[in-house]
Ligand binder design. Structure first.
Ligand SMILES: Cc1cc2nc3c(=O)[nH]c(=O)nc-3n(C[C@H](O)[C@H](O)[C@H](O)COP(=O)(O)OP(=O)(O)OC[C@H]3O[C@@H](n4cnc5c(N)ncnc54)[C@H](O)[C@@H]3O)c2cc1C
Length: 322
């Protein structure tokens, strides 16, 4: 299927965002998603600047029967945020974040990624369950469930979704909340991305200690059997304030290893005492567990937090209002 260039030109005139076609110099950058193995060539990428743009693109695609892919943070490994010969509705320019610290709620637009969201909420001592890596989109993450450091304390990402603004397949704008279209909210909380395009997410926030106890433990693969047994027994009895990720991976020295990553959300001395038996086993070839800001628990520093994160980390974290 091909999209008529004259139709695309008309669409470009109807929106305030940017429409990028294959001849545009930004085309290759705009079509790339996180998984570098995905190499799809959409007819155009529409970088939406407003929710009206989102509605215009949906109505255009439905009317012309053009395949439509929706892009939040672009992290889906299967590349479902892009397509061949269709349109990519790219929400990444939609970045507004409003934190209501008193009500412990935050609204964020569909193009926000977790690093951006976490900085805004941590500035007032609050957080919700978000992704382990700052560049993951809040959109696909929440619509697909959402696993994170805080999930044992506060539930999955989708459990914290209080309401959403959704543009439906006919271009209508609807609210999904406990009293408006509650069945739609139910579907959005982990049901995947096919119930409409979510332009705004409203999350429940939670007070978070300024410093968590977190870090890494590693054991050589030769000890993996015993380490995994310990991991199984330890995590079965662990309190909800503690999460421990376990993995079999290759270390920076090229040797295979069994790794554990605890994150404790509570008083530091209590965390030190709970983690003692885990840290004493071995001894481990790596133990860098210590007090850390939540923003420093992100696993992949290369993915980068927004520049404001470093100012925040160097300064004082404010406490949320009583
Ligand atoms: C490096 C990396 C780290 C990850 N870490 C975690 C983690 O810690 N926890 C976890 O649970 N998962 C994690 N994931 C998985 C990730 O949550 C999912 O891939 C999620 O879909 C990414 O969301 P996104 O908005 O970035 O993705 P996208 O690829 O943009 O979108 C994913 C899907 O959601 C749809 N979609 C996107 N935005 C919207 C919208 N606004 N409205 C409707 N549909 C939409 C898309 O069409 C697509 O089908 C990780 C993935 C990667 C690559």
């Amino acid at each position: 299927m091909t999209v008529d260039p004259a139709d695309l030109e008309r669409l470009a005139g109807d929106i305030s965002g940017q429409l990028i076609v294959p001849t545009h110099r930004d085309y290759d950058a705009a079509r790339a998603v996180w998984n570098g193995m995905i190499d799809r060539r959409p007819a155009a990428i529409v970088r939406c600047a407003t929710t009206s743009d989102v509605a215009a693109v949906i109505v255009f695609a439905a009317g012309k029967e053009v395949p439509l892919a929706v892009r939040g943070g672009g992290h889906n490994i299967a590349g479902s945020a892009t397509c061949d010969n269709g349109l990519v509705l790219d929400l990444s320019p939609l970045k507004s974040i409003e934190v209501d610290a008193g009500a412990r709620r935050a609204k964020a637009a569909g193009g926000v990624v977790w690093g951006e969201f976490d900085v805004e909420t941590q500035e007032v001592g609050l957080a919700t369950t978000g992704g382990l890596i700052p560049s993951t989109g809040i959109a696909g993450f929440t619509l697909g469930g959402g696993l994170g450091h805080l999930m044992r304390s506060y539930g999955l990402g989708c459990d914290n979704l209080l309401s959403a603004e959704v543009i439906t397949a006919d271009g209508s704008r609807v609210r999904a909340s406990s009293d408006q279209n509650p069945d739609l909210l139910w579907a959005l909380r982990g049901g995947g991305g096919n119930f409409g395009v979510v332009t705004e997410f409203e999350f429940q926030l939670h007070e978070l200690a300024p410093t968590l106890l977190a870090g890494r433990l590693a054991h050589p693969l030769t000890r993996a059997r015993d380490a995994l047994r310990l991991y199984r027994d330890f995590t079965a009895a662990a309190p909800d304030s503690l999460i421990v990720y376990g993995s079999l991976s290759t270390g920076p020295d090229g040797d295979p290893r069994m790794g554990m990553r605890p994150v404790f959300n509570g008083p530091l001395d209590q965390g030190q005492s709970i983690l003692r038996s885990l840290r004493e086993f071995g001894p481990p070839i790596l133990d860098d567990i210590g007090p850390r800001a939540y923003l420093r628990c992100a696993e992949d520093r290369r993915a980068g937090l927004p520049p404001r994160a470093s100012q925040l980390l160097e300064g004082e974290f404010r406490r949320p209002p009583e």
